[in-house]
Design a protein around this ligand. Structure first.
Ligand code: CMP
Length: 587
């Protein structure tokens, strides 16, 4: 080869195989993820003349984890999580503990160390949010109450795993492993190591949650206002990967945690939907690489060598976790339908299991066959997941067809579910209201209210909207004082204002604008402008006003025309003015 193209070769082979096997998986009605894992297995073992760059694939996979966790953070809704807390928190925590203990006990029987057993148990105790969300989407169940509870349950699991990922490096030596990279850590006691880890994470979380919400949405807004999609996407990438990297370098926390916080901080901003939409293609592409690289680490011979271990792992994933969850949900007083949905949701393992297993191996805790077992379990359980949902549906129908069971496990329990549903809906409404407060108008409303902008494309209007700052005025409030230096122009979204030029009184209504004359002429304000009732105004500062006029010459012409007409009218003798039509914006 003329020069080093190993990165391109790795990417090319990974994408080609992933798309072929992803397609085949999807034709077989399996999640495409199964195909990506298979592609990785083949890539590592059976392509003649191709030597897979495992280390490079590992780094690409890490980018996948960063973007995935950024996405999880971006969609993380504290309100929805609080609404389902009574079932999701105790349920997920007790289920993780029980499933981990079962896994560790099983590994003990195989003669593994306690540390190895705990890592295996933990990795098997959690399910993949990505797989669940895809499964619910396919069944149109994502927005149902049971679907939202299942997602909440898995988010609690994700959060628990983030805590485990953070604490594991500190605990590794106590569990019989070593510090990362084979080096021995400083001779701190366990408590000191834990305290340092928690302090670092605390410091990072504090910086992220205090500085983040002030700075990040602002940065993103500046990029969005340029109207360039590529700059906006670049800003999102920079924020997610940059923060994850900085968090690792400065605070020593994992990439995953850094990216999760970056997403969560942006989550509340009005640009979060746009951020999610723009980062999705990248997230998808790198997530594929993540699954391929997990497949590359898989040693298929494990199935022939250790069939009983594989069966044990599968039994825990497919039946152990589901039965634990089923019992817990029923014990918490919720209906059978909810319990079955969560059980089916849990009957698989995914990304966090791989991340945890990778970290466990890095610390010398998990033997290499541990990872192979987890990948085998993931491959098979994800492939069987549609069956798990179908079986759950069957059992649900069966319970409903027996009147006494139906009464006991469904009907009597429905009020509890209904109460939770009300809370969920209320949380959703609060989130919407909060978002509406941040938002000024949508592009459609802008065109309807301000004919001036009707000719712009929806995308251009979106950029214009990003320049507006919402402002309100009370009746009698003077918005502009004659003779002042100009600093902004105003668009009336609702309410009326009165312009006072000499003895003339001119009313301006929703859809009109004012304050443009001084900005154009550079002179002081030409008139008083006073609110007549409660007004919602959209303010454009001088810089933004000039920017919009520069960018859209058509709008510039219309505004300049009107300003000239108004100026002309103000020069005419006043008694003529009363008869004249006030000079408002053209429709
Ligand atoms: P400006 O001079 O910046 O501040 C006062 C504003 O009142 C002015 O911009 C116009 O937007 C508005 N204004 C002044 N004269 C008239 C008029 N004759 N008709 C409508 N609006 C006016």
């Amino acid at each position: 080869m003329p020069h080093d193209v190993t990165l391109i070769a790795t990417l090319a082979v990974a994408f080609v195989l992933a798309s072929i096997f992803g397609y085949i998986a999807s034709r077989l009605r399996l999640p495409p993820l199964v195909g990506y894992l298979v592609a990785g297995v083949l890539m590592a073992t059976s392509i003649p003349g191709f030597k897979a760059e495992t280390a490079m694939a590992g780094q690409l996979a890490e980018i996948g984890v960063i973007l995935l966790m950024f996405g999880v953070g971006l969609h993380f809704s504290l309100g929805a999580l609080l609404a389902v807390r009574n079932i999701a928190v105790p349920g997920a925590v007790v289920q993780i503990v029980l499933a981990t203990l079962v896994g560790a006990a099983m590994a003990r029987l195989w003669g593994w160390s306690l540390g190895a057993g705990l890592i295996l148990g933990l990795a098997l105790s959690v399910a993949s949010t990505v797989v669940l969300v895809k499964a619910l989407e396919e069944r149109s169940a994502l927005a149902t109450t049971n679907g939202r509870i299942a997602v909440g349950w898995l988010v609690v699991e994700d959060l628990a795993m983030i805590i485990v990922l953070v604490l594991l490096p500190a605990l590794a030596e106590v569990l019989g492993g070593h510090a990362a990279g084979g080096a021995h850590g400083e001779p701190h006691g366990l408590l000191a190591a834990l305290a340092i880890t928690i302090a670092k994470v605390g410091a990072f979380a504090a910086v992220a949650l205090i500085v983040g919400p002030r700075v990040m949405p602002w940065i993103l807004r500046q990029f969005a206002r340029t109207g360039s999609r590529e700059l906006f996407t670049l800003a999102i990438l920079t924020l997610s990967i940059g923060i994850a990297y900085a968090a690792t370098m400065i605070f020593d926390v994992s990439f995953a945690l850094g990216a999760f916080f970056a997403g969560m901080v942006l989550n509340e901003s009005d640009l979060s939907h746009k951020a999610a939409a723009n980062s999705l293609p990248l997230q998808d592409a790198f997530a594929v690489l993540f699954f391929v690289s997990v497949g590359m680490l898989f040693d298929p011979s494990i199935i022939a060598r250790e069939p009983l271990m594989v069966l044990g792992v599968l039994a825990l994933i497919l039946f152990g976790k589901s039965l634990i969850a089923l019992t817990l949900v029923i014990a918490l007083g919720y209906p059978m339908g909810t319990a079955l949905m969560i059980s089916a949701a849990l009957a698989q393992v995914g990304e966090f299991s791989f991340i945890l297993a990778g970290l466990g191996m890095g610390h010398g805790l998990l033997p290499p066959e541990g990872l192979s077992l987890i990948v085998a379990g993931a491959l098979i359980s994800i492939a069987l997941n549609p069956l798990a949902f179908a079986l759950a549906g069957r059992i649900d129908a069966w319970v409903r067809s027996r009147p006494h069971l139906e009464a006991r496990f469904e009907r009597h329990r429905l009020p509890k579910l209904a109460a939770l549903e009300r809370e969920l809906n209320a949380a959703e409404k609060r989130a919407e209201e909060k978002a509406a407060k941040h938002r000024t108008l949508n592009p459609q409303e802008l065109a309807e209210r301000f004919p001036l902008f009707a000719r712009l494309t929806a995308e251009q209007r979106e950029v214009v909207i990003l320049h507006f700052r919402p402002q309100s005025a009370r009746p009698g409030e003077r918005v502009i004082r004659k003779g002042d230096k100009a600093d902004a122009a105003y668009f009336i979204s609702s309410g009326e204002v009165e312009v006072e030029v000499g003895r003339r009184r001119i009313r301006l209504r929703p859809g009109d604008f004012f304050g443009e004359m001084a900005l154009i002429s550079g002179q002081p304000r030409s008139a008083h402008v006073t609110a007549l009732d409660y007004c919602s105004l959209l303010q454009l500062t001088t810089g933004d006003f000039r920017e919009i006029l520069r960018r859209y010459p058509e709008i510039r012409a219309q505004i300049a025309d009107l300003a000239a007409q108004r100026g002309q009218m103000n020069l005419e003798p006043e008694d003529a003015g009363g008869e004249r039509k006030p000079v408002a914006s053209p429709d």
